[in-house]
Write a protein that binds this ligand. Structure first.
Ligand code: OAD
Length: 250
């Protein structure tokens, strides 16, 4: 059995410099510094239980009673309206501008990668950008939903059907998984950032990587050690600010 190898910021900068097709897989940990709680970290939703993630993101529970989900959504949309992307989001967007980032595959529903300027984003768990009526399939945009959740407990369509944001619930198929897998398979460097890699099928994506894999996460990650796999237990913004310094230094 291989030991877990780590990688300092200079080593990561060297890999980034050498790479031409970087793909990044992000989880909730990239957004905690922006003020959004993660799921399984020390202040995560599963730990604090301020909301019950088992209920709010479960599709059968939503069909039974969308109220608890919308209670979370009211708070969540209020938060994401007013927050800014982190320095890690911005760094990833800059790598795309530099022509190095082929795709950012995210499990997050907060749209912060797009807000930071990334355009090649694959949101495998969907996001709040659009919503649909469960009965007549009419589409609603995020601005409509933001206003609706402030006015009513559960937003409904003109036809009376419940409106559901296009985020992926437990019990629903993830989105664009094949596109994400192809991107990972053709990457020469995969960055896995701020995810415990415990939720499948997204957690299986790193297995498609043929190049180097650098995992940066505080705490345990569900990925086995491997020849070209590096594990960094560090704060993301801090680590990548060091990486950026090394990239800028020659
Ligand atoms: P998790 O909460 O499982 O993992 C987030 C990880 O990020 C934890 O290990 C934290 O310790 C770490 N972390 C937090 N802040 C960090 C920081 N500043 N620097 C470095 N690491 C940090 O979140 P995900 O892996 O994204 O699914 O969870 C996957 C899916 O589980 C989510 O997409 C969601 C949830 O159920 C759906 O909503 C469908």
């Amino acid at each position: 059995m291989l030991d877990r190898q780590t990688l300092d910021a200079k080593g990561c900068a060297d890999l980034i410099r050498r790479s031409e097709r970087i793909v990044t897989l992000t989880g909730a940990g990239v957004s905690t510094a922006a003020g959004i709680p993660d799921f399984r970290g020390p202040k995560g939703l599963y730990v604090t239980r301020r909301y019950d993630p088992d209920t709010i993101f479960e599709i059968s529970a939503f069909h039974r009673d969308p109220g608890p989900f919308y209670e979370f959504t009211r708070d969540f949309l209020g938060v994401i309206h007013s927050i800014e992307p982190t320095s890690t989001h911005r760094f990833l967007a800059e790598l795309e501008t530099a022509g190095k980032m082929a795709a950012v595959v995210t499990q997050n529903i907060d749209s912060l990668h797009q807000k930071a300027g990334s355009r090649k984003v694959i949101s495998v768990h969907g996001d709040y950008w659009t919503s649909h009526c469960l009965d007549c399939s009419r589409e609603f945009d995020m601005a409509y939903l933001e206003e609706a959740v402030r006015e009513v407990e559960v937003p409904r369509c003109l036809c009376g059907g419940v409106i559901k944001p296009d985020i992926v619930f437990y019990g629903e198929a993830v989105r664009d998984l094949e596109r994400a897998a192809v991107a990972v398979a053709s990457s020469d460097l995969l960055l896995v950032l701020g995810s415990t890699l415990l939720v499948y099928p997204a957690a299986f994506l790193p297995e498609h990587a043929c190049g180097d894999v650098v995992v940066v996460n505080r705490g345990e990650v569900g990925l086995a050690p491997g020849m070209r796999r590096y594990f960094v237990d560090a704060d993301l913004d801090q680590y990548f600010s060091e990486v950026e310094q090394h990239l800028g230094s020659n």
